[in-house]
Design a protein around this ligand. Structure first.
Ligand SMILES: [Zn+2]
Length: 312
C-alpha cells in the first residue's frame, strides 16, 4: 500500500529537479531613500548611474588610480546620479532632474520611474531647483522635446542661464557646443512656457530654502540649503565628483569644470563649512543615496556616510 505514494513522491522530486533554473533578475529595488528633516520630508531619488573613466577626465590620474584600487573600485567608475525631492507640506520641490535620455539607454534616466516608486507624479512638482545646467542635472527636464514636469517652475542662478543659454554661447565657447545644444533641447520648452526663473546669488527661494553660490564648476553652480525646525541639509551638486579622492585632496579637478581654480576654491569653502558646522550633505555623485557628513581628517577631509534607516 505504501509503495505507490512513495513512487509519487519520487516522481514529483524528479520532475522538480528537471525544471530549468530560474533566470537571474539583475535589477535593483526602486532607487529612493527617505528621511525627515525637521518637518520636511526629503526623498533622495536615484537617476541611476553613469560609468566614467575618471582617471582620464580628472587631474592627478595616478593618485586617482591608486585610490580607486585601494577602494576596490574598477575603472571606468560607476558614478551615482542623485536627485532630491523635498515635500515641505506647502511645496513639492525637486533639486536636479538627472540625465533624462541624454546619456542613452542603461545610463541615468531612471528619475521618473523612481519618482513614481516613491509615490509622486511629475505634475505634482511645483518647483525645480537646478544646481547647474549640465546634462546629468537638467537633462531630465524634457524627454523628446516635451517637458516632463507640467506644472513646475525651474529655478537656476542667472549666471548659468546666461552662460549656457545666452545668444552667443556657442560662438564664445565652441568646445562646449554639445552641452549648450543639450541645454537648449531640455530647457527651451520651459523658457517658451515662461517657466524658467533666474535668481542672482544667495536668495531665499522658499521659506527655509536658500541658494548658496558655489561658482566654478559652472559659472552659476549653486548649492541649496534646506532648514526645517533646527535641522539643516545642504544639497551641494557637483562639489565632489570622486569621494575616494577629492575629500582628501580637494585640489583634484574634473574636465567638466568651467573654471578649475574657482571650482577648487568653492569645494574647499563648502568642505570647511560643512565640517565645521556638522551640516548634513546631499551629494549628486556620491554613491546613492549620497547623504552624509564631512569630517576633518589628518589629510584634508573624509566622508562619513549617513547610516541606513528603515524609517520605522
Ligand atoms: Zn554632475
Amino acid at each position: 500500500m505504501l509503495r505507490i505514494p512513495c513512487l509519487f513522491v519520487l516522481l514529483l522530486f524528479g520532475i522538480a529537479g528537471a525544471q530549468a533554473a530560474p533566470a537571474q533578475v539583475r535589477t535593483q529595488a526602486p532607487g529612493f531613500y527617505r528621511l525627515m528633516l525637521g518637518a520636511d520630508e526629503v526623498t533622495v531619488l536615484s537617476d541611476g548611474t553613469a560609468r566614467r573613466p575618471v582617471d582620464e577626465i580628472m587631474s592627478k590620474p595616478e593618485e586617482i588610480r591608486q585610490a580607486l584600487a585601494k577602494a576596490h573600485q574598477p575603472l571606468p567608475l560607476e558614478l551615482s546620479i542623485n536627485c532630491f525631492l523635498i515635500n515641505t507640506g506647502a511645496h513639492l520641490i525637486l533639486v536636479d532632474t538627472g540625465a533624462g535620455e541624454l546619456f542613452g539607454a542603461r545610463s541615468g534616466g531612471l528619475l521618473t520611474a523612481n519618482l513614481a516608486a516613491a509615490g509622486y507624479r511629475p505634475d505634482q512638482i511645483d518647483a525645480i531647483l537646478l544646481t547647474h545646467i549640465h546634462g546629468d542635472h537638467s537633462g531630465g527636464l524634457s524627454i523628446g522635446g516635451k517637458p516632463v514636469f507640467a506644472n513646475a517652475v525651474v529655478y537656476v542662478d542667472r549666471r548659468d542661464a546666461d552662460f549656457w543659454l545666452g545668444p552667443d554661447a556657442i560662438k564664445t565657447h565652441p568646445a562646449l557646443a554639445q552641452t549648450i545644444l543639450q541645454s537648449h533641447a531640455t530647457l527651451d520648452p520651459y523658457v517658451a512656457a515662461g517657466r524658467l526663473r533666474t535668481f542672482d546669488g544667495e536668495t531665499e527661494l522658499f521659506p527655509g530654502i536658500r541658494s548658496v553660490p558655489s561658482y566654478g564648476h559652472t559659472p552659476g553652480h549653486t548649492a541649496y540649503r534646506i532648514d526645517s525646525k533646527g535641522e539643516t541639509l545642504l544639497l551641494w551638486g557637483d562639489t565632489i565628483h570622486l569621494a575616494e579622492v577629492q575629500f582628501a585632496d580637494p585640489a583634484v579637478t574634473i574636465d567638466y569644470d568651467v573654471d578649475r581654480a574657482a571650482a577648487t576654491a568653492a569645494r574647499e569653502a563648502l568642505l570647511e563649512r560643512t565640517a565645521r558646522d556638522g551640516i548634513l550633505v546631499g551629494a549628486a555623485h556620491i554613491s546613492f543615496p549620497g547623504l552624509g557628513h564631512v569630517a576633518a581628517a589628518p589629510e584634508g577631509y573624509r566622508w562619513v556616510a549617513l547610516p541606513y534607516s528603515a524609517g520605522q
